[in-house]
Ligand binder design. Structure first.
Ligand code: MLT
Length: 391
């Protein structure tokens, strides 16, 4: 008789965003006329940049010709995109294109990276956290230590007083929207170097950084190429949540991890499509950079509105300035899931309950700024009415 992976029994019944989607769908079925504003999952809503669309159209046309047709591409991505990434995102940071692996997104990569590490490692996972890191390590059966991320440490975690082998960090942070200073990131890098640990650094929201002093990449910190893998995504940077493209940087200074990730990807992955990668390359054209930055600024405008509303309501918001997420306290310390239900029923607004991201998220909720401006404004009026006027 075959055996199943019993570690799945330690997971929550559904993945966080599937659970929310199920609740929202049930509510919508029962209330077909309800005009629901979705600010739960961080899914983009603005169209792709014209430069990206043009490049993708052209790539499709290439494939209509004998000379421009593309079949299987390299599993690690086309050199034109690897080189564009290095020239723009890692300029002056000493990253080589052969250290960049193109993929279908940071969710897959942060989930799959565990394949190249022994299940015998002790893993440090922030609380609250993007659920992929937690769930994939539960599935693998690794021992997990939580790294508390609280207002006291600016949601950047205390440096552990024990040895952790693998540490996940994500900045600008999902879910709290907090950022990390260069100094604090250096403390994490120093810890990793001293303990022989590896940092898995998720920089999927890097494009939202506007303050000069916040690091965009962990490789801005000395020594990070000896202790860190970095993940990035075009999802939030350029609206690719539906197109799917991201990349992972695995420096060659990391023992044989660059080889192992290449080996893993070539065994289990056939690469992002040529059309997708051509679209991603166009993000780095002069027009693409301007257009995608304008869109990110639009979302940051929403985030500012959300943050100001949460502040006005006395809910002590975090994030929303260099991040598309605002993290705030539930009114009167209400249970996060109860607050989700209340917002859905009374305001027809969908949020993400903080406790879905970990036990320290209890009493918090997350609001996504990826919506339409007028809908964001409507949602804030509805929440204000619900909380202040009880309607
Ligand atoms: C989120 O809402 O946390 C993200 O959209 C999820 C993801 O990027 O997979």
């Amino acid at each position: 008789m075959y055996k199943i992976n019993d570690n799945f029994s330690a997971l929550g019944h559904r993945y966080l965003f599937s659970e929310i989607a199920t609740r929202v769908a049930a509510y919508q079925t029962a209330h077909p006329d309800a005009d629901i504003i979705r600010m739960g999952i961080g899914d983009v809503t603005r169209p792709l940049a014209p430069a990206v669309i043009e490049a993708m159209h052209k790539a499709v046309d290439d494939c209509a010709t004998m000379s421009g047709f593309h079949g299987y591409g390299p599993e690690h991505g086309y050199d034109f995109l690897r080189c564009a990434i290095v020239a723009n995102d890692y300029k002056g940071l000493g990253i080589d294109p052969s250290e960049v692996f193109i993929s279908d997104g940071a969710k897959s990569d942060t989930g799959n990276i565990g394949d190249i590490f022994s299940t015998d490692n002790i893993v440090g996972i922030p609380d609250p956290v993007y659920p992929v890191y937690m769930d994939t390590n539960i599935i693998a059966g690794r021992r997990i230590r939580m790294i508390p991320c609280t207002p006291d440490n600016g949601f950047t975690g205390e440096i552990p007083d024990e040895r952790l082998d693998i540490i996940y960090l994500c900045y600008p942070n999902n879910p709290t929207g907090a950022t990390i200073s260069r100094q604090k990131l250096k403390e994490w890098v120093d810890y990793a170097l001293e303990n022989g640990s590896i940092i898995l650094y998720d920089a999927a929201y890097e494009a939202f950084i506007r303050s000069e002093d916040i690091p965009h990449s962990i490789y801005e910190i000395e020594g990070a190429k000896e202790c860190a893998i970095e993940f990035r995504s075009f999802s939030k940077t350029a609206g690719f949540t539906g197109i799917r493209c991201g990349f992972t940087v695995v420096p060659k200074k990391l023992r044989n991890l660059n080889y192992l990730w290449e080996r893993r990807q070539s065994c289990k992955f056939n690469g992002a499509s040529y059309v997708t990668q051509k679209g991603a390359e166009a993000v780095y054209s002069a027009a693409g950079m301007k257009q995608t930055r304008d869109t990110v600024d639009y979302y940051l405008g929403n985030a500012r509105i959300i943050r100001e509303t949460m502040s006005k309501l006395g809910l002590n918001p975090v994030g929303g300035d260099n991040s598309p997420y605002v993290w705030a306290e539930t009114p009167g310390g209400m249970d996060s899931w109860d607050f989700l239900d209340m917002c859905l029923e009374k305001a027809n607004v969908v949020l993400t309950p903080g406790s879905g991201f970990g036990s320290l998220g209890s009493g918090y909720f997350r609001v996504s700024a990826f919506g339409d401006r007028s809908r964001t404004l409507d949602a804030m009026v509805r929440m204000e009415n619900m909380i202040v006027k009880g309607i």
